[in-house]
Design a protein around this ligand. Structure first.
Ligand code: UT7
Length: 306
């Protein structure tokens, strides 16, 4: 069976927070943040719902579809507006959708988990699915904690996935989860994000490389066949280490974290949209989408752009 990406849309808050601005209230510096993470500025504001609505509408417009054409909404978010109800039905309501709508939480792997879920839904009779990754991470950041405050940010990205009997953009997946590592990156009820950055870093490189190799093997391609790598945007050094181990030069990696920081489940669609707008994805070419996050979770997929 085939699944095609029909359209993309993104939304980020207007408010730009630079490293220099953070350095005024935190014991940090533009030099440290840029060198250790690659992040130069980030967008702060909005909510999972408001950003998700904007990105979702833009993806539907880009796909040339209207509310009645969407059979299912899958929202990836780690930061729903409320514990209950889920944020997806509220986004659906704003978009005029009357279809089923649900949240998926796989942290920074969330968008890829949502795409995998949508793939399964298309396999079983649905025609068109709106997949959104939307995050309001800044709400759960302790702004006096330099460890997290310099990293996390807000944003949303969305795509419309459509069943196609004849061709497919999605060649393979490799997803995984290891709950034994749950305590490495957490946000408790009423609390803030906390993490063991060094350990997450070490494991992230390992699971990204391993799941990427498996996804490529399933798709029947090698790293040489890839035009692009579209990784989760957590840290430039994680992207450098993983691509180096995969034998892919950095020129083939899409990097938007310098502008957007780590937006969790919004980061892969933000990067995909950027690559598409800059003409970096051409018909017939292969791209590797790969993410990891709290859980731990990880998810890689090979895409062949039609
Ligand atoms: O989205 C998925 C989840 N998150 C991630 O993928 C993040 C993975 N981890 C990382 O990206 C990196 O580990 C960090 C960016 C979080 C930290 O970078 P690092 O190179 O691993 O730094 P470190 O934790 O080893 O800290 C080095 C030093 C420490 O000082 P001492 O102990 O050497 O004196 C930290 O206290 O840097 C200090 N430090 C800072 N200094 C200035 C930590 N955060 C900051 C900061 N500004 N914001």
């Amino acid at each position: 069976m085939g699944v095609r990406f029909k359209g993309w849309g993104i939304a980020v808050p207007d408010r730009i927070v630079t490293n220099d601005e953070l350095s005024k209230t935190l014991d940090t510096s533009d030099e440290w943040i840029t060198e250790r993470t690659g992040i130069r500025e980030r967008r702060i504001g909005g909510s999972a719902k408001s950003l998700g609505v904007l990105a979702g509408q833009r993806a539907m417009d880009d796909a040339g579809v209207t509310a009645g054409d969407i059979d299912f909404l899958v929202l990836a978010t780690t930061t729903p507006d409320r514990i209950a109800p889920a944020t997806a039905p509220m986004i659906a309501n704003e978009l005029g959708l009357t279809c089923p709508a649900m949240d998926v939480n796989a942290a920074c792997s969330g968008f890829m988990y949502a795409v995998r879920t949508a793939y399964g839904l298309l396999e079983t009779g649905n025609k068109r699915i709106l997949v959104i990754g939307a995050e309001h991470l800044s709400r759960w950041v302790d702004w006096s904690d330099r460890n997290m405050a310099v990293l996390l940010a807000d944003g949303a990205g969305a795509t419309v996935l459509e069943y196609d009997a004849n061709q497919t953009d999605l060649m393979s997946f490799c997803l995984g989860a290891d709950g034994a590592a749950a305590d490495l990156l957490t946000c408790e009820h009423g609390g803030f994000f906390q993490m063991n950055g060094r350990e997450i870093f070490r494991r992230a490189v390992r699971v990204v490389v391993d799941s990427s190799e498996k996804a490529m093997a399933t798709a029947g391609i090698t790293a040489d066949d890839l035009s692009l790598v579209i990784p989760h945007q957590a840290n430039i050094r994680i992207i450098q280490a993983a691509t180096q181990r995969l034998g892919i030069e950095m020129e083939r990696a899409v990097v938007v974290l310098d502008r957007y920081g780590n937006t969790s489940s919004a980061s892969i669609p933000l990067a995909f949209d950027d690559a598409r707008k800059n003409g970096r994805i051409k018909p017939g070419e292969y791209a590797l989408l790969t993410g990891f996050g709290a859980g731990l979770t990880w998810a890689s997929a090979v895409v062949r752009w039609s």
